[in-house]
Design a binder for this molecule. Sequence first.
Ligand SMILES: CC(C)(COP(=O)(O)OP(=O)(O)OC[C@H]1O[C@@H](n2cnc3c(N)ncnc32)[C@H](O)[C@@H]1OP(=O)(O)O)[C@@H](O)C(=O)NCCC(=O)NCCS
Length: 261
Amino acid sequence: MTIIDLNESYHQSYFMCMEEWSDEIREAGNHKENWYHHMKDKGLRVKLAIENNEAVGMIQYLPIEHAFAEGQDLYFILCIWVHGYKGKGVGNRQKRGIGKALLAAAEEDARALGAKGITAWGVMLPFFMRASWFRKHGYVKADRQDMILLMWKPFTDQAMAPKWIKEQKRPQNEPGKVMVTSFLNGWCPAMNLVHERAKRACADMGEQVIFREIFTRDRAAYREWGISDAVYVDDKSLRSGPPMSYKKIHKHIDKKVKKLK
Ligand SMILES: CC(C)(COP(=O)(O)OP(=O)(O)OC[C@H]1O[C@@H](n2cnc3c(N)ncnc32)[C@H](O)[C@@H]1OP(=O)(O)O)[C@@H](O)C(=O)NCCC(=O)NCCS
């Protein structure tokens, strides 16, 4: 296994999070590709783990001022992912030291770039990027929002701990309408998928449903709301976690439409 910097021959695999086998990834549209082209000159770094010329793992991180937390001279790990689906694509490559090697490579790179530390988010529950995995690798809690910890590893005594950027305001109800507001950054296909499904569900409904998109890779828009990726139906966010199906999103909005009558 070797760790390399992303290059053009792996772009498609990276844009699909190495899940070229998945129909869901295609449903997520080209938001990640657009986001990548926007962010690549803003300090975004991507490393891939390669085995037999295939990408099997990735880590992506960027200067914290382009991420979802406040901090100085820190990098922020948006995502680390080692392909873990048995029998699909490159199969399950987890628990063989690839994640550890990717994290070490990102840390070494951030140090070489002059950062004072590196930050990551970790879920306190046993799914997605677990906080406990980062803790094992020397990360400590800097801040918390619901079940998501902001964790960090300072490289020097001068490093200052990061903080989550908090929600500033949320969408309001509109009399006689159901307002669906989708906040989209673009970096994560799972979020992009929910955005596309919500958009499609709204298009399939009547005039009482209004769909609004807020593109939060525009920093001013993100700062205004303090929300990076979420779909709100009126003033309530659809639950996070695994991407909601089209059917469930449609049902949820439809229930609200029926309540208007
Ligand atoms: C977190 C993650 C990156 C870790 O990757 P990984 O390659 O499995 O990580 P490691 O190699 O460090 O392995 C983890 C475990 O395998 C064990 N392991 C490592 N090398 C091993 C080997 N050669 N043989 C057997 N076990 C090994 C480690 O000891 C570790 O065990 P522990 O967790 O009980 O301590 C991976 O599990 C993952 O992608 N999870 C999903 C994250 C996600 O959802 N990302 C998207 C968020 S948007």
